[in-house]
Design a protein around this ligand. Structure first.
Ligand SMILES: Nc1ncnc2c1ncn2[C@@H]1O[C@H](COP(=O)(O)OP(=O)(O)OP(=O)(O)O)[C@@H](O)[C@H]1O
Ligand SMILES: [Mg+2]
Length: 461
């Protein structure tokens, strides 16, 4: 129930306004003077203040300024008599959200009140979302115990506050995007946009206009001016993901943008200044690309002011246990599963694996394990590795009925059945009601493999 403070020295109007807002679901406090209004503001917090401009000896402007001082979040609407619009304009400049000229229709006033309240809702939502993002991209969200990662975090802490270009390198799934977001979140730009540009995902012929925008008529389908991603990131951060795939034809233009800090929309002949911080990432060997003439050396140096290399997970196995704990907690919370622990030999399996898909592969493997486990403990046979190339789709613990792609469901169903039948193909095929050859083909297709240690322990036993 929104609350409103009505301030008007006209007793009749005051009463009728109270009735109106009451009827429309507001909690109403009504007073007749500036002094009473300020006393109310000191006692209570309102969503909305509706005040007349002229209040006998007092002034609505004073009510406005007290309200803004005491509760900046409270919206204020000013009522004015015809002819005092000039003062109303001043009120808006002093922070009133709107004004209404007497006499007015009830509907008009209610409409303005609703709009002001929406403003509060939006502001709260934005604040809430910002907080959520801030919570997700704090330093604590980079889980690690290894020395190398601690050192990386230390560097990030130092460079985040500057405008230095950072080039993040590392294999797929090592956390490059996570680092980029943490840097943005700890920079003065954190309340401005973070715009990801995936340089390999946008077709070359569209890339320039996607990046820098275009003017109407620049090409056949350019029916209106369009802002590019750089402009959308104004005052924020541009994350150039897979920068190694940036077509050679665009590299020179990119360099110019970064050096001159201005963009020229496609088809336009006027440049516009632009203020963005650039973070780039790649899992390719850019030095090699430079040597091979596929990547401009000058652009490489411009991007690589602060290099940040995230080592693969296999080179920092001490990060595996804390990451495992982190992901298990998250998966269980997300899917409302009972907390499962990990058996010692399951952990050993995780520690020995070489993780070509790095942290992302670990997360997916754990999601599968939670889906497969029949106990409160994840055993080594619940750990099934699928090479990252084959498991592009993320498996989820509610596979059979969820809104997953058919293939993904089938893959998990087969995996589950294999698992339950100790990887006996005949039994599994039987249970699934398909032929052995079909099963075998599916196993090849999905690249399903029995956990190696499971085989070993069974053949020994
Ligand atoms: N140290 C870490 N702590 C917690 N989560 C991590 C860590 N490293 C990576 N992750 C998580 O692993 C997943 C993959 O990370 P991210 O997308 O940042 O990798 P990437 O290097 O950008 O991969 P790619 O090259 O495939 O785009 C994300 O869900 C990310 O949050
Ligand atoms: Mg990435």
């Amino acid at each position: 129930m929104p609350s409103i403070l009505i301030v008007d020295d006209d007793a009749v109007l005051n009463r009728s306004l109270s009735k109106l807002f009451n009827k429309n679901g507001y909690r109403v406090t009504a007073v007749n003077s500036q002094m009473e209004a300020i006393a109310s503001l000191e006692r209570d917090i309102f969503d909305l203040v509706l005040t007349d401009l002229r209040l006998g000896a007092g002034s609505g402007l004073e009510v406005l300024s007290s309200s803004k001082k005491l509760h900046p979040e409270t919206e204020v609407i000013i009522m004015t008599a015809f002819g005092s619009v000039q003062t109303a304009v001043q009120a808006i400049q002093n922070g009133a959200s709107d004004y209404i000229t007497k006499p007015f229709k009830n509907q008009e006033l209610l409409f303005k009140a609703t709009k002001s309240l929406e403003q509060i809702g939006l502001r709260n939502e934005v604040r809430h979302l910002r907080q959520e993002v801030a919570d997700r991209f704090g330093f604590d969200n980079i889980i690690s115990t290894s020395k190398v990662m601690a050192e990386l975090k230390r560097i990030v802490d130092r460079v985040a506050g500057t405008d230095i270009s950072v080039l993040i390198t590392g294999e797929s799934g090592t956390g490059k995007e996570l680092f980029a977001k943490v840097i943005h979140q700890h920079s003065p730009r954190c309340n401005k946009p973070f715009v990801t540009i995936n340089c390999s995902a946008i077709p070359e012929n569209l890339l320039e206009s996607e990046l820098f925008g275009h003017v109407k008529g620049a090409f056949t389908s350019a029916i209106a001016n369009k802002r590019g991603l750089f402009e959308e990131a104004e005052h924020g951060t541009v994350f150039l993901d897979e920068v190694g795939d940036l077509p050679y034809s665009i590299q020179a233009k990119m360099l110019r943008v970064l050096q001159e800090k201005e963009i020229r929309p496609v088809g336009g002949n006027i440049t516009r200044p632009i203020d963005v911080r650039v973070i780039a990432a790649t899992n390719a060997d850019l030095v090699k690309s430079v040597r091979q003439g596929r990547f401009r050396e000058d652009l490489f140096y411009r991007l690589n002011v602060m290099p940040l290399h995230i080592p693969p997970l296999r080179e920092r196995p001490e990060d595996i246990p804390p990451l495992t704990e982190h992901f298990l907690g998250r998966i269980q919370r997300e899917y409302k599963r009972c907390p499962a622990t990990l058996s010692a030999d399951a952990m050993e399996l995780l520690l020995k694996h070489d993780w070509p898909g790095n942290v992302r592969e670990l997360e997916n493997t754990l999601k599968r394990a939670v889906a497969l486990t029949r106990n409160n403990q994840i055993l080594h046979e619940d750990i099934v590795f699928i090479s990252p190339r084959e498991s592009q789709m993320t498996p989820e613990p509610e596979p059979i009925s969820g809104n997953h792609s058919l293939q993904e469901n089938q893959k998990l169903q087969i995996l589950k059945s294999l698992h339950e039948n100790n990887w006996n193909y005949s039994l599994t095929a039987n249970r699934l009601g398909i032929g052995r050859t079909t099963l075998w083909r599916k196993i090849k297709k999905y690249n399903l493999r029995q956990p190696a240690d499971f085989v070993a322990s069974r053949s020994q036993g």
